[in-house]
Design a protein around this ligand. Structure first.
Ligand code: TMP
Length: 208
């Protein structure tokens, strides 16, 4: 147990995670909490460099890609997540372990037992206290991402692949209901922000 809190946002492309991360940080500020906003892959210098390598150089081997995501996460935990949690800070992280379980485990064919083993050795005990899964039909999410010019290598994967991603997140949420809350990402951004604020307040007993 660490005194801080780790809240992760997960979802497919164009699900509005980054916008909601900002809204949540602003909401926590109203409670006097200055959360650290971060993202994966990335968040610290070496992990941001690995992000560029993964997203731009496009490793040919799914194993290489998986290990680079895992390496980026190790650095992120060592340099930012662990010290911040131990110092009692709140962290809002845009993508984390569930993205690996879904994109590498479901789409790229990495053995889930390998993913689980690496997670046990590198992430535990820094597991999320709360994961908000923003759920958006892939056709809509991809169109939003395209309009914003944010298409990544996975966006070329086709609708079926993105539906696999969506189902993957929903299945994780169903299997870990104490940690995960699914949020309908089709609502207006302010409406979603209000729902997330209510979930967070309830979960952590804020504003009582
Ligand atoms: P982003 O566009 O949400 O910042 O994420 C970058 C891409 O990286 C996105 O397509 C999802 C992918 N990704 C994985 O495949 N595995 C992971 O572990 C993480 C964190 C991201």
């Amino acid at each position: 147990m660490t005194p801080g809190k780790l809240i992760t946002l997960e979802g497919g492309e164009g699900s509005g995670k980054s916008t909601q991360a900002e809204h949540l940080a602003a909401h926590l500020r109203t409670h006097g909490i200055e959360a650290v906003l971060t993202r994966e892959p990335g968040g610290v210098a070496l992990a941001e460099t690995l992000r560029e390598i993964i997203l731009e150089k496009k490793p040919a081997s799914p194993e290489t890609e998986f290990l680079l995501f895992a390496a980026a996460r190790c650095e992120h935990i060592a340099e930012l997540i662990k010290p911040a949690l131990e110092a009692g800070q709140w962290i809002i992280c845009d993508r984390y372990i569930d993205s690996t379980r879904v994109y590498q485990g479901r789409l790229a064919g990495i053995d889930p037992t390998l993913i689980a083993a690496i997670e046990r050795h590198t992430v535990v005990p820094f597991l999320p206290d709360l994961t908000l899964m923003l759920d958006v039909p892939p056709a809509i999410g991809l169109e939003r991402a395209r309009v914003r010019g944010e298409l990544t290598r996975y966006d070329a994967a086709g609708l079926e692949a993105h539906e696999t991603v969506r189902q993957g997140f929903l299945e994780i949420a169903a299997s870990e209901p104490d940690r995960c809350v699914v949020i309908d990402g089709l609502e207006a951004a302010e409406e979603i922000a209000g729902q997330i604020a209510a979930v967070v307040d309830r979960r952590f007993g804020l504003g009582l």
